[in-house]
Design a protein around this ligand. Structure first.
Ligand SMILES: O=c1ccn([C@@H]2O[C@H](COP(=O)(O)OP(=O)(O)O[C@H]3O[C@H](CO)[C@@H](O)[C@H](O)[C@H]3O)[C@@H](O)[C@H]2O)c(=O)[nH]1
Length: 473
């Protein structure tokens, strides 16, 4: 057996959002399966209720992202969070870098590289200090990466960035200057990375990847942008063997109840509705959606988040009370027996794999979109923020989704909800979506299988890690 002493070690850094922790964890599991040690850290606020849901095991190894800063150090009386992203980024890039530097200095054996999230650009400074490569794990689609490069020539040749968010980007991304600044700061560090590992696959987004390889990087044959996805829980090749027993989460009563509810429904009859782990919609929008679900007459499973909670914050996995808050009066009674709402955290990857689920109404977060593809559940695309509109439009163009239309007040009305659902679930043959989707599902599986494009790219990463001399030893 290979001695542990000779195993190369990698430091992985991410931000404390499920949409980033989940793909980072899958990469960690893959590296472990390739006899590479991993040490995992996260920035910002540590939400134990969320993280308990996200902890995974590889054999005896628990994969958990340790916070670089404790909550009490970060937020205390007099040190409140000042904007809607600081919970994600931590106190400052410099502070995060100092803390990671300290860790790297004391690790034995030292890491041969840092793999860090697209939103942890500051970790490039730490990698430079120790003269080791930094690879970026890009958890959004390749279309968003191309969009960043195309919108901001300054990312390619580092000149001054525009002072104000340009219109398109601003309307897509969000809202505040703090968020814009955060995205820009991190995007600027992309070019310095050794590899940009994109959680996608060639058959889905090859056109964007190729454009970047030739137009942005200017060297189509240089391996810098590597597609390595779908990097999702269900695609993790090692997952099956590592999980011989159900996890505590799967044994949880509410998990079992959801699965029993689905078991009792007809094949492909259920619409699954979820807008990811971070975003909420307004009460007016909730009412339109609820009304639409009520009149469409189909079974549905809705992961419900109360409106007007802070707009961007991880779902509190412990919250299961006050299910009716924000819903139209009498809604729960009227949908009894046909619709089910879940508050808190849903076992999404298992729900999507269930045979009773026929379609997925989603905000088009990239992980959800990949999970839908993986499990063959076509999308009602309902983008909310960040890069999600790019995905919704692309999937609709590729005939992988039906995109909802918003009215002039940016509301999706109940009639539109009904129409989109019926187009996707009743007029299956006419839309052509299902056959396109089946083919893309097949290609997604092939990408990570032996000889697939993502698997080969992962091998490029593994080879580089294993051949990387360690300047610290
Ligand atoms: O109840 C829940 C809610 C979420 N999830 C999982 O959490 C992840 C959520 O990720 P994603 O679908 O990408 O949505 P967000 O949480 O909104 O992700 C953020 O991060 C993504 C990756 O960078 C971006 O694509 C999104 O726009 C951004 O909002 C997925 O794996 C879901 O399966 C669950 O398992 N249960």
């Amino acid at each position: 057996m290979e001695s542990k002493v000779h195993r190369p070690r990698v430091v992985i850094v991410t931000v404390p959002c499920p949409g980033h922790i989940i793909p980072s964890t899958q990469l960690a599991k893959y590296l472990l399966s390739m006899s590479i040690d991993v040490c995992c850290y996260s920035t910002g606020i540590n939400y134990p209720t969320v993280e308990n849901q996200l902890e995974e095991k590889f054999g005896d190894v628990r994969i958990r992202f340790r916070p670089l800063i404790t909550n009490s150090e970060f937020v205390s009386p007099g040190k409140e969070l000042t904007d809607n992203v600081s919970w994600m980024q931590g106190p400052s890039d410099g502070e995060m870098a100092v803390r990671l530097e300290e860790i790297v200095r004391n690790l034995t054996p030292p890491p041969v590289c840092i793999i860090s999230d697209l939103l942890a650009g500051w970790s490039q400074d730490v990698a430079d200090k120790f003269r080791i490569p930094r690879h970026v794990l890009y958890t959004m689609p390749a279309s968003a990466l191309l969009f960043s490069f195309a919108c901001f020539p300054s990312l390619i040749s580092p000149q001054v960035a525009p002072e104000h968010p340009p219109g398109t980007w601003n309307s897509m991304v969000v809202t505040t200057h703090a968020f814009y600044d955060y995205m820009m700061r991190n995007a600027r560090r992309l070019q310095e990375a050794s590899f940009i590992l994109v959680n996608t696959f060639e058959d889905l987004e090859g056109r964007f990847l190729d454009l970047m390889r030739s137009e942005v990087i200017g060297k189509p044959n240089v391996q810098k942008i590597l597609s390595i996805g779908p990097l999702i829980r269900s695609s993790n090749i090692e997952m099956v063997s590592a999980h011989s027993k159900p996890s505590a989460r799967e044994e949880h009563e509410s998990f079992a109840e959801v699965m029993h509810w689905l078991d009792a429904r007809e094949q492909s009859s259920v619409l699954y509705v979820s807008f990811g782990s971070l975003l909420t919609v307004t009460e007016t929008q909730i009412h339109e959606l609820a009304h639409g679900l009520e009149i469409c007459g189909r079974p549905f499973l809705w992961v419900y988040r109360v409106p007007n909670t802070p707009q961007i914050l991880p779902a509190d996995a412990s919250t299961e009370d006050s299910l009716s808050e924000g819903l139209p009066p009498g809604f729960l009674e009227r949908i009894q027996g046909r619709g089910k709402l879940i508050r808190g955290w849903a076992p999404q990857e298992k729900i999507l794999a269930h045979k009773s689920v026929g379609a997925f109404m989603s905000h088009c977060g990239w992980n959800s979109s990949l999970e839908a593809l993986w499990s063959g559940k076509p999308l009602v695309a309902w983008p909310l923020a960040v890069e999600q509109r790019l995905t919704a439009r692309y999937f609709a163009d590729m005939q992988l989704a039906v995109e909802v239309r918003k009215n002039d007040d940016s509301i999706v009305e109940s009639a539109e909800v009904v129409q989109a659902i019926s187009l996707l679930m009743e007029e299956r043959e006419e839309t052509g979506i299902h056959s396109k989707f089946d083919r893309m599902q097949e290609l997604a599986h092939m990408a990570v299988d032996d000889g697939g494009s993502s698997r080969s790219n992962l091998q490029v990463l593994i080879d580089s890690i294993k051949n990387q001399p360690n300047p610290l030893t």
